[in-house]
Design a protein around this ligand. Structure first.
Ligand code: XLS
Ligand code: NI
Ligand code: NI
Length: 437
């Protein structure tokens, strides 16, 4: 078989001192951290869209990335070649998972029927490649935003035929995800939002979106697809307001429409920051309510206001992520998907390796640092102490619900003044994180 990355061999762990840029310094898949291998904690995934379909084009300029294997067309032959490229890349990188949209892997045809046939052809080859390499599908999804028919949205389009088209596409995408043993299925709202309130019936659009998710769930039950459903929050882009704005908005939606037992969340760093939150906030918010299902690992740029989807290299960020993930006992059946793209100036195929190696090492370091912080216990001990007034006495009564406003007034009238506050020690907490970096 032809090789598409002749200058790169298998990427292996060489330890922190190596000078080899094509080796891991921290990601050592079999190394055990808190009783579990790094591979199982991190469950890395490569995304098909940015990594194998990214061209480097932006609103101001043409494609820049050099991909010698790609003839630049959307032909089926080209799509089949990309499967070989993808599986050579992922095998050499040593990732256990990948993800795709239907239209990333196979070309859209001149009819839905033709598109489905194209997808079947490529899926047969993906299945064979998965069996040969042992690489698994973390999640599948449908692209309900690129084709002009989705200009007003898909499940929230005012055009009922577009809703029907989207349903047909998701039905097929779920079938192929099942066929490939996908462990999850993602719903990212593409264009589910609005550009202008004056022409939008928000109530009807949200009702339709809920109807769509319920039908998807019904169909999954019908075909025996047991993968976890994941809703991916994003506040804006491409629309001015996406309905799946952030974890809180998504949770309210799934709660209101009776989808709580059916859908969890796939939290993406750059989407969290676009919503004005930190990634740690979004993860914690989802996790405490039992809906943190998976993550799209990337990062934005502080000086750019859009979804730049860069590879995560900031160890503070990965440490914060891992602190939350470890607290909830990991992510399975979700994973850490690099929904990230190389910059348009990083034009060589080898840059794809540098990007993923950097992201994987940054997460491996985050994992080790988070484990050290956890085993030391300074942070958790402080938090425990900070809330200890609720462990007994009046605080305990408040927590277990055996008091009321009248009691609390009587308590305070008798006591006269609240106990003195203690320091929040924020600077010390920040220093503690630095002890381990
Ligand atoms: C786009 C989203 C998308 C989803 C999958 O901003 O992140 O890539 O992850 O549809
Ligand atoms: Ni994403
Ligand atoms: Ni994004």
């Amino acid at each position: 078989m032809a090789t598409y990355f002749p200058e790169v061999g298998s990427i292996v762990y060489e330890g922190p001192k190596t000078k080899n840029p094509l080796a891991f310094r921290h990601y050592n898949p079999d190394e055990i951290v808190e009783g579990r291998s790094m591979r199982d904690w991190l469950r890395f995934s490569v995304c098909y869209w940015h990594t194998f379909r990214g061209t480097g084009s932006d609103p101001f300029g043409a494609p820049t990335l050099q991909r010698p294997w790609d003839d630049g067309t959307d032909s089926l032959d080209n799509a089949l070649t990309r499967v070989d490229v993808a599986f050579e890349f992922m095998s050499k990188l040593g990732v256990p998972f990948y993800c795709f949209h239907d239209r990333d892997v196979a070309p859209e045809g001149s009819s839905l029927k033709q598109s489905n046939a194209n997808l079947d052809t490529v899926v047969a080859k993906l299945k064979e490649a998965q069996a040969r390499t042992g690489i698994k599908l973390l999640w599948g999804t449908a692209n309900l935003f690129s084709n002009p028919r989705f200009m007003h949205g898909a499940a929230t389009s005012p055009n009922a035929d577009v809703f029907a088209y989207a349903a047909a596409q998701v039905k097929k995408a779920m079938e192929v995800t099942k066929e490939l043993g996908g462990e999850n299925y993602v719903f990212w709202g593409g264009r589910e939002g609005y550009m202008c309130s004056y022409n939008t019936d928000m109530k009807r659009e949200l009702d339709h979106l809920a109807r769509f998710m319920h039908m998807a769930h019904d169909y999954a039950q019908q075909i025996g697809f047991r993968g976890q459903f994941l809703f991916e929050p994003k506040p804006k882009e491409p629309t001015k307001h996406q309905y799946d704005f952030d974890a809180a908005a998504c949770l309210n939606f799934i709660r209101q429409y009776g989808l709580l037992d059916v859908v969890k969340l796939n939290i993406e760093t750059n989407h969290a920051t676009l919503a004005g939150h930190s990634m740690m906030h979004e993860l914690e918010y989802a996790s405490i309510q039992g809906v943190l299902g998976s993550i799209d690992a990337n990062t934005g740029d502080m000086l750019l206001g859009w979804d730049t989807d860069q590879f995560p290299t900031d160890i503070y960020l990965t440490t914060q992520v891992m602190l939350v993930l470890m607290k909830q006992g990991g992510l399975a059946p979700g994973g850490t998907n690099f929904d990230a793209k190389v910059r348009r100036e990083s034009i060589d195929p080898v840059d794809l390796f540098h990007a993923h190696i950097g992201g994987m090492d940054a997460f491996a370091r985050g994992l080790k640092i988070a484990a050290a912080i956890r085993s030391d216990g300074m942070l958790s001990d402080f938090i425990k102490k900070r809330y200890s007034s609720f462990d007994n006495g009046i605080g305990r009564k408040i927590e277990i619900g055996t008091t009321n406003f009248a009691d609390l007034e009587a308590y305070m009238l008798q006591k006269g003044e609240a106990d003195a506050n203690i320091s929040g020690r924020q600077e010390l907490m920040e220093n503690i994180i630095n002890y381990y970096l």
